[in-house]
Design a protein around this ligand. Sequence first.
Ligand code: ADP
Ligand code: MG
Ligand code: MG
Length: 205
Amino acid sequence: MDTDLFVAWFEETARLVREERDRLTRLDAAIGDADHGTNLDRGLTEVCKALADSAPESPAAVLTTAGTTLIRRVGGASGPLYGSVFRQMGKALLTPVTLAGFSAAFEAGVVAVERLGKAALGDKTMVDALAPASRALALAVRDGVSVREALDQAARAAAEGAKATIPMQARKGRASYLGERSIGHEDPGAASAVLFMTALATVAG
Ligand code: ADP
Ligand code: MG
Ligand code: MG
């Protein structure tokens, strides 16, 4: 997993988020303030610009640049949250990047967002997609599967996790203000986390 792959990850995520922007915003309209699609679209466009301008020389540098840009450029809660995932991953990632190393760094990123957001599995947030993806990666490392297969499994786990947020009542973020009325809608941040994981599986495949 080299520097180009990590740059391609964010470029593909930006493309997917642009494609799915209106769906993400509709999900946020149901239980939030209808800006998740535009927040992320803007943020990822800025990430791609920053990556093109800075020509990062390692996977860790790609992640740090992406994370810092998301924190600076996204107004909503999701910016600092995703930003902290990628900055923490960048800190934890060793070169050359093996699947085991990636999995450990991803886990560190998920722990960072759980801390920052004070969110746990079941709170109906992006954590409900990111944590299952992280667990799938760890299992894939244990089972010795290929990078491509591991990332496919992580993307599938994220998608299942996002779907599982539909019957949940939100306990964190704006959606929590709705109480029981948050039940019955997929969490927008969990939905966008699926796009990040799908993009990674795509560029590695
Ligand atoms: P905002 O809510 O500020 O408008 P966004 O709409 O961009 O920000 O992002 C909303 C998403 O952020 C939610 O769907 C949820 O997944 C995630 N989120 C919000 N608060 C938290 C939190 N405390 N911990 C984890 N994730 C959170
Ligand atoms: Mg919002
Ligand atoms: Mg907002």
